[in-house]
Write a protein that binds this ligand. Sequence first.
Ligand code: NAD
Length: 354
Amino acid sequence: MTVRDFVFAARLPRVVFGAGALRRLPDEMAALGLTRALVLATPGQSALGERVAALLGDRAVGVFAGAAMHVPVASARAACAEARRLGADSAVAVGGGSTTGLGKAVALETSLPLVAVPTTYAGSEMTTMYGVTDAGTKTTGRDPRVLPRTVVYDPELSAALPFAITAVSLLNAIAHAAEGLYAPDRNPLVDAIAEEGIRIAAGALPRLQRDPRDMEARGDALVAAWLCGTVMGSITVGLHHKLCHTLGGSFDLPHAEVHAVVLPQAMAYNAPAAASAMARIARALQAPSAPAGLFDLGRSHGAPTSLAEIGMRAADLDRAADLAVKNQYPNPRPLERGAIRALLQRAFDGTRPG
Ligand code: NAD
């Protein structure tokens, strides 16, 4: 094996993992010296937010249950104002990537430390990436201040995550790892974590389809989220994530579902220029080919396979292709408008990569 030159500086949160680990949150806050937490949640998970605040007792100053998809700037401003009004010394984000994203926006604006309790498999808690959406435009960046100090992974909290969301969320996790395997700044440690993350995520899917309350499988899924999120936090993403960002941001398509549809097609596009990454993905999936294996994994677990079925309009495909090639970025296969337009057509139709 030839190892490319690399520079790697791990920057990772403390991780507390286990069924019932939520109960350890007060001790974790105490260890950080935090005594006035503002708990963040979505409106749909406000009861969980209240439960966490009650668990924190005197260490919580309130609950802000206004997190929303893609972190609208208004919700970020409202959460920061609430943190200041209550004299919070920290934020605790309890929920999926949208809630973690709100916590990151608060941490960025106020410099308050963030603690995350993830309940989906998006993996945002392991990255320094943040994003805020203003008037339909999502601004993203990286800042070490937004990385949670501690992450509490408790599989019991995702026991009630509906299987449809579970499936697309795990495919979202797999997408982070898949792009890590051909990233320009990858290294052997990241490669190993990525392959293992994909293997564990793919192994959890059929078990959770049979029984969404299979706690061992929920634990595996959360481990996969941790591993795949760690990969995403360590590398520069390529075509797949950029396409999903464009499709989600400019055409208002649902985040995890877009990942599920685009992933096999983006891998098919990059396959000719990323043979070893494809071999590792295929091995992790125990499939003959990475793109078709990913397509089959999604389809057999009820994930959407076409952009048409998640609300994209055929008339927007040309504009999507224009936007996708507007800025160049590192990707194993050069970005070529005609080929990207063809990729988008296959994603729109839900064509199985051949
Ligand atoms: P989400 O956070 O929007 O959650 C989807 C819905 O599921 C929400 O209504 C939420 O309240 C609900 N939910 C979450 N956990 C639940 C549970 N256990 N039981 C029942 N309902 C539950 O979706 P997501 O896919 O986790 O996150 C998507 C967002 O995260 C996007 O905005 C994306 O850009 C961002 N993201 C960011 C990064 C990063 O590194 N910055 C990485 C991945 C995703």
